[in-house]
Design a protein around this ligand. Sequence first.
Ligand code: C5P
Length: 222
Amino acid sequence: EFHGQVTLDGPSGTGKSSVARAVAARLGAAYLDTGAMYRAATVAVLDAGVDPEDAEAVARVVAGARIEVGTHADTERVEVDGTDVAVRIRGAEVTRAVSAVSAVPAVRRQLVDQQRSLVAAADAVVVEGRDIGTVVLPDATVKVYLTAAPEARAQRRAAQLGLTTADEVAELAADLRRRDEYDSSRADSPLRPAADAVVVDSTDLGREQVVDRVVELARSAV
Ligand code: C5P
């Protein structure tokens, strides 16, 4: 039986979320989607009518927002001030603004504190994000960094969203590149693998193969 924390970091479009949920289910562990928390914070910012690039205003709005996420792999619960935003956080408006909101240091401090409390309450947990192995849980039991070739990531996202034309896929690829660039180059907690992370490249692997590999890493740890 697994006790401890599995961190799953990496860029978008690698299949990270579906892998993380499946790993949590297999290990009987809790699951925390930290991206959903940054997306929920972004909903609060947009609803306040604040410019996502205005760091001071963003920090103020998020400090006053109650962001709640569930920690079960099989159900998604995301609320801002008691309102269900689980569907809205996946929309294009939020996706466009989330990198700017999550680059604000005060926002990161607030959400990282909250993430650590949620993790502390769980005996076994899988946590997915960008900075979990590097910043949030530097002493995690197992750290995985999931990557994939950019074309494979754009194709995967397109399939998820039901987009098919070459133009649509090209637009998605451009959006992924823009977010990677933003997330990797920000000063606070940039996207990068922890020194002790196992890097798994999912370009040529099926989802089940990636899940098996991560479960194996977790079971053989300690
Ligand atoms: O994983 P997801 O695509 O939902 O994350 C949305 C955005 O939230 C990322 O592009 C990144 O800007 C931000 N994020 C972050 N740190 C995390 C998780 C997500 O900055 N731990």
